[in-house]
Ligand binder design. Structure first.
Ligand code: HEM
Length: 419
């Protein structure tokens, strides 16, 4: 007798259209219909397993069971990730490359970054007080682009900043798009890879000097334990793996501004409260709002989990949004409530807006601490350092577009500094 169970299957030839139509809730909706954390479907013409929840996340981040090479769709590689980046590595090669990223996430580097973002916020506000209105999302992307370039030590001239910001934004704004918008993202990646690659070559040829303590220099001089350095294209891809997501934090900062507007009672608590409440507020923003819907892996070797058979090579999606909204983990998951983080035990697999598991051994986001620090400074600015009005506008956001950004991009007016 076999204890094997059949994975619940969504019948039909292909369900890519349902994924496009239902967006962030596609996997969660089916987990609820099947009353099961796992189901099988067909996406872009292939068999795929979708799963969500704490136990599913735990299994997904088991390096013996899943691999990342060739898991991401080509359209994401061409816009979001780039070729030969850390996201597509496995095993020893992944651990070594990840170490390069984690080595820059020291408390010294985080302090330096916090100093830079504070300065950039101050410079931006000095400019905004003289403007009639500010399109917050666009301005914050520029703050983040300036911050990222300074942190890494990439010189960017005043007349180039807007173009670089636009290109870095296009890489994550175009990932799920089709047609011209997708091509904007591809072209943007080509331009930025070329720009960073040229700089890397000039530094290697001794034509441009950069501090030996800089992040850029560390990436250029990185050697794996066999003494191999990264080729220029790969250095560019990995440098962009810091630049691009730093600019993408503008999306979370936009959601902070939206929350401050929509939940005045929560904001009042922030004005008078301690750092602990700010952190809970930020964590709830990261949990509550849609950002990355899921991550993809391929089954490494056949295995059985809870009686379900996973066959080698099967595309498997782990539901990030749905795990952050899983009613088995979060009470009233669709209510914004920072206090839920008072009792959260810091689990590695239940709260996964930036992936789960271990930073060093697995693919969890290398920039999660950085993201939280930048969100803290930005929240402080919005709540304690400036006054502004939010005129009538469409503040809704899509649960289908990926990434989701408030439709008006959040327009603010009458900005003044607080004494
Ligand atoms: C905007 C906020 C961010 C979000 C929502 C986010 C989300 C994610 C997600 C979902 C993953 C994939 C996890 C997985 O594959 O299991 C990831 C990986 C990664 N993130 Fe982030 N991230 C953010 C910010 C950052 C920042 C600021 C940096 C760098 C400074 C960064 C660097 C990376 C790197 C290098 C990886 C690849 C890790 C690996 O494959 O081992 N991210 N991120």
């Amino acid at each position: 007798m076999s204890n094997r169970s059949q994975i619940p299957r969504e019948e039909g030839i292909d369900h890519t259209l349902s994924l496009i139509r239902e967006g962030y809730r596609y996997i969660l909706n089916r987990r609820q219909i099947f009353s099961c954390d796992i189901f099988e479907t067909r996406l872009v013409g292939k068999k795929a397993i979708c799963m969500g929840g704490k136990e599913a996340a735990e299994i997904f981040y088991d390096n013996e069971k899943f691999k990342r090479k060739d898991a991401a769709p080509n359209r994401a590689v061409q816009t979001l990730f780039g070729k030969n980046g850390v996201q597509a590595l496995d095993g020893q090669a992944h651990r070594q490359r990840k170490e390069m990223f984690m080595s820059i996430m020291s408390s010294n580097e985080l302090d330096r970054l916090t100093g830079i973002i504070r300065k950039q916020w101050k410079l931006a506000v000095d400019k905004w007080v003289q403007m009639d209105k500010v399109i917050f999302y666009e301005e914050v992307k520029e703050i983040m682009c300036r911050t990222a370039c300074e942190w890494i030590s990439i010189p960017v001239s005043a007349n180039k900043v807007k173009g670089v910001t636009k290109d870095l934004g296009a890489m994550f704004e175009s990932v799920a798009a089709i047609g011209p918008t997708h091509w904007l993202g591809r072209n943007a990646r080509n331009r930025i890879e070329k720009w960073v690659g040229k700089l890397v070559e000039e530094i290697r040829d001794g034509k441009v000097n950069v501090s030996e303590n800089s992040i850029l220099y560390k990436f250029i001089r990185y050697h794996d334990p066999y003494g191999n350095s990264l080729d220029t294209d790969t250095v560019a891809v990995e440098v962009i793996n810091i630049l691009r997501p730093l600019v993408a934090i503008a999306i979370f900062i936009n959601f902070i501004a939206l929350t401050v507007y929509h939940y005045p009672n929560e904001t009042k608590k922030l004005e008078r409260s301690d750092e602990k409440y700010s952190l809970k507020f930020i964590q709830e923003v990261r949990r509550f709002y849609p950002f990355f819907p899921f991550v993809a892996g391929l089954v490494k070797n056949d295995f059985i989990w809870k009686g379900y058979k996973f066959e080698e090579g099967t595309l498997t999606l782990l539901d990030l949004y749905g795990t952050n909204h899983d009613p088995n983990i979060w009470e009233n998951p669709d209510v914004f409530n920072p206090d839920r983080f008072t009792t959260w035990d810091g689990g590695l697999f239940d709260f996964i807006p930036q992936g789960g598991g271990d930073y060093f051994m697995g693919h969890r986001c290398a920039g999660e601490w950085v993201t939280i620090e930048i969100m803290k400074v930005s929240l402080d600015y919005l709540v304690n350092r400036i006054n502004y009005d939010v005129p009538d506008q469409d503040l809704s956001f899509s649960m289908v577009s990926m990434p989701s950004i408030p439709r008006s991009k959040m327009v603010i007016k009458n900005i003044s500094k607080r004494e």
